[in-house]
Design a protein around this ligand. Structure first.
Ligand code: ZN
Length: 204
């Protein structure tokens, strides 16, 4: 994979992305079912992962049936997060959001990105040079556009986030190109309340 190819990948108009994805609907759904074959089943102990957010907040990995995800997410969220779709460039909520705060997974609330690492990429998608914790993000290789790209997924719920490319700014040189539909923004002033809510909701 060359850098040139990856730059073209994320700058490509989203309309083309959608088209190629709808052409591959059948292939997508079959690969989807294989990756989510445990959905809805009880997680055995060795499949459960824990994410330590702070001294008193530990989140457990989330596994749900596709029916449950469909009930929780709206159409666009489901398309992006569960069907690995891509929102059209410059249409999402956060590509131009410059406020201070954190971005959490829209499906499971795992904190994923800090606004301090967000930068203007010109692509029309929220872009970050680093995640809050690399252990919160899963990587996989996809060939949806006919060549290899590194897909990023939420480590907690395995929801699709976007892709990572090696043409980002320093200090990492990486560009996490993320769909707004996969994220919820928590403004700086609301982070404490959000963490309290997270703690209350996630108590075993
Ligand atoms: Zn998640």
């Amino acid at each position: 994979m060359t850098v040139v190819a990856t730059i073209i990948a994320c700058n490509k108009p989203a309309a083309n992305v959608s088209k190629s994805q709808s052409d591959n609907t059948e292939a997508n759904s079959s690969s989807q079912s294989s990756t989510t074959s445990t959905a809805g089943e009880e997680q055995s102990d060795d499949e459960v992962k824990y994410f330590t957010i702070s001294d008193d907040i530990q989140l457990r990995s989330v596994t749900k049936s596709e029916e449950d995800w469909q009930a929780q997410l709206n159409e666009m969220e489901y398309y992006v997060i569960r069907e690995k779709g891509t929102e059209r460039a410059f249409t999402g909520e956060y590509w131009d959001n410059k406020a201070d705060g954190i971005y959490v997974c829209r499906a499971c609330n795992l904190p994923l990105y800090d606004s301090k690492t967000k930068f203007k990429s010109g692509t029309g998608w929220p872009s970050y040079w680093q995640s809050i914790d690399k252990d919160y993000i899963l990587e996989d290789t996809d060939y949806l556009l006919g060549y290899a790209r590194t897909e990023l997924m939420c480590g907690r719920c395995e929801g699709h986030l976007g892709h990572v490319f090696s043409d980002g700014p320093q200090p990492t040189g990486m560009r996490h190109c993320i769909n707004s539909a996969s994220l919820s923004f928590i403004p700086q002033s609301e982070i404490d309340a959000f963490m309290t809510k997270l703690k209350t909701q996630e108590k075993p």
